[in-house]
Design a protein around this ligand. Structure first.
Ligand code: DX5
Ligand code: ZN
Length: 218
């Protein structure tokens, strides 16, 4: 299984201090920063978009922005997110009828491409063709839309299935992940770990980051 990558979700951070919060996470051992882009349409909330990401990439040189696009028209934002410094552009499979063309256009803009599935989408929706074209798969372990929700155990078998089919793939889990749930995620084979509340809500985020990382790498 590929090595652990920890991607704190800045949705749980103090947005007024966003660049400082990102730097704090990198100092604490995080490899990536997870940026939840919500459009108020694919999900009910609105969070941030390219202008905010652009400030973060300028304020935190070298940052790897793991952009989770919870948007209805993912093809519409590829250009803007690339210009804003996005590193990985993860779209929802539920939001597009042509994932392969979308992956191509993300690659043309020199970003990595991720494909996310919501809790009600089966892992079989990720075809071999999609997985071969993509750089990462994201299995949501809550319904997309907000932080701080309860981890859905029933999503875990999808991680196991994808790991069995794609041994070398980066597989991300997102939603309700923390010290109590990392064990099942790691056992199932996820190696890219998103955590918002568990990391930003901790007195010592670096301890949570290393616990999550060590559990995956063990
Ligand atoms: C949910 C977002 C998640 C969320 C995770 O729609 O995609 O990234 O911020 O937050 P926690 O870890 O608090 O569940
Ligand atoms: Zn997310």
């Amino acid at each position: 299984m590929p090595r652990a990558i920890i991607s704190p979700s800045v949705l749980a951070s103090d947005f007024g201090q966003l660049t400082a919060e990102c730097k704090r996470m990198i100092r604490g051992g995080a490899e990536w920063l997870h940026m939840d882009v919500m459009d108020g349409h694919f999900v009910p909330n609105i969070t941030m978009g390219a202008p905010v990401l652009s400030c973060v990439s300028k304020g935190v040189p070298g940052i790897f922005m793991d952009c989770h696009m919870m948007v209805t028209h993912p093809e519409k934002w590829v250009d803007d997110i690339a210009k804003a410094g996005g590193s990985l552009y993860t779209f929802h499979l539920e939001a597009t009828s042509d994932p392969l063309s979308l992956i191509d256009s993300i690659h043309e803009r020199k970003m990595k491409a991720g494909v996310a599935i919501s809790p009600d989408t089966p892992s079989s929706a990720i075809t071999d063709e999609i997985a071969e074209a993509a750089d990462m798969l994201l299995v949501m372990t809550v319904y997309p839309g907000r932080g701080g929700q309860k981890f859905l155990d029933r999503c875990v078998p999808k991680v196991s299935d994808l790991r069995a089919r794609f041994p070398d793939m980066d597989i991300e889990v997102d939603g309700g992940v923390g010290p109590k749930t990392i064990g099942v995620c790691a056992d199932a084979g996820s190696n890219v770990i998103v955590a918002g509340t568990a990391i930003f809500g901790a007195d010592y985020p670096e301890k949570i980051i290393s616990l999550l990382k060590n559990t995956v790498n063990d």
